[in-house]
Design a protein around this ligand. Sequence first.
Ligand SMILES: [Zn+2]
Length: 101
Amino acid sequence: MKLTTPRCKICRRTLTDPLSIAKGVGPECGEKFAWMLCDAGLTLEALNIPFLFTADENVARFLRLAEQALLDRNKRAVELFKNAARRAAERLAAQASALAT
Ligand SMILES: [Zn+2]
């Protein structure tokens, strides 16, 4: 089986840098993508998700799915996964406050 060349998910250019390959986007598009995340309200700040919660499997998974949907330009899926990530974070927050009291 032939390995596929790692390509930038945004511009489809070939990636060579290991960090870029891990992220799936090149350095220039990485910046562009950060803006795309901002515009789509997909930043942790916009979602009101504490950074700590991104260690949670569900939160991280839904955020990844939302990012992927954004790359696929599937707006409905972005909203869906965005809300799922937020709900997962809200559950964590509820659990944390239940433990604190
Ligand atoms: Zn690119």
